[in-house]
Design a binder for this molecule. Structure first.
Ligand code: SF4
Ligand code: SF4
Length: 197
């Protein structure tokens, strides 16, 4: 692990990351490790460790978190939250970490490719719309089951969906990400740690 200096540490990191106050109880973390023990990503990726990420945030390790690939590994399944004895929502924390990383110029490569889904969902008024081939398969499957080939969404609902995109400035945000200069991520976050192989 590269050497860390105290100037790289920020005692207010937790407050800065939890901008939306969505993980108010992070300081109650017991460091018990149940989140890591139950996590399917950690089971196949020895460097990935939600407990250690929480510890580093509370310690203020700015330099090692926002520019790390690790925070992009979580698939937000929520298993960690279900097993946490003090109800810490790690998935909310990961979302806030990713926003903070994007604001610092890291991680666009994980978000920009998903833009097409966002634009498509706005057009159809539902959260996830498959591409052409996926759509054909979904429609066939649904038809075989005897239900409508694709869920119908009323024009009013689509308008409301679009209005939410506009009010939250999501489109502008996604467009900006495409043009922002991306800084490289580092793979050194977990180097030097003892991990279970
Ligand atoms: S399970 Fe909860 S209390 Fe235990 S380490 Fe994970 S976040 Fe902290
Ligand atoms: S939400 Fe993320 S950190 Fe939690 S168990 Fe699922 S993959 Fe692991």
């Amino acid at each position: 692990m590269s050497r860390e200096y105290d100037r790289d540490w920020d005692p207010d990191l937790y407050k800065k990351i939890d901008k939306y106050n969505s993980v108010k109880n992070l300081e109650q973390c017991l460091q018990c490790g149940k989140c890591t023990g139950n996590c399917p990503v950690a089971a196949i990726t020895p460097s990935y460790n939600p407990r250690a990420i929480i510890n580093d945030i509370l310690a203020g390790s700015t330099a090692r978190i926002l520019d790390s690939d690790e925070i992009w590994r979580c698939m937000k399944c929520g298993t960690c939250y279900r097993g946490c004895p003090v109800d810490i929502s790690f998935t909310s924390l990961i979302l806030e970490l990713r926003f903070a990383a994007l604001e610092s110029g890291h991680g666009q490569k994980y978000v920009v490719p998903a833009n097409k889904f966002v634009f498509r969902s706005m057009e159809y008024g539902i959260n996830f719309v498959p591409g052409k081939r996926g759509m054909e398969r979904v429609m066939k499957l649904r038809s075989d089951m005897g239900v409508e080939p694709f869920p119908k969404v009323t024009p009013e609902a689509i308008e409301q969906f679009k209005a939410i995109f506009e009010q939250t400035q999501t489109l502008r945000y996604m467009e900006k990400l495409k043009t922002d200069t991306e800084k490289p991520l580092r793979l050194s976050y977990a180097e030097g740690r003892i991990v279970n192989e």
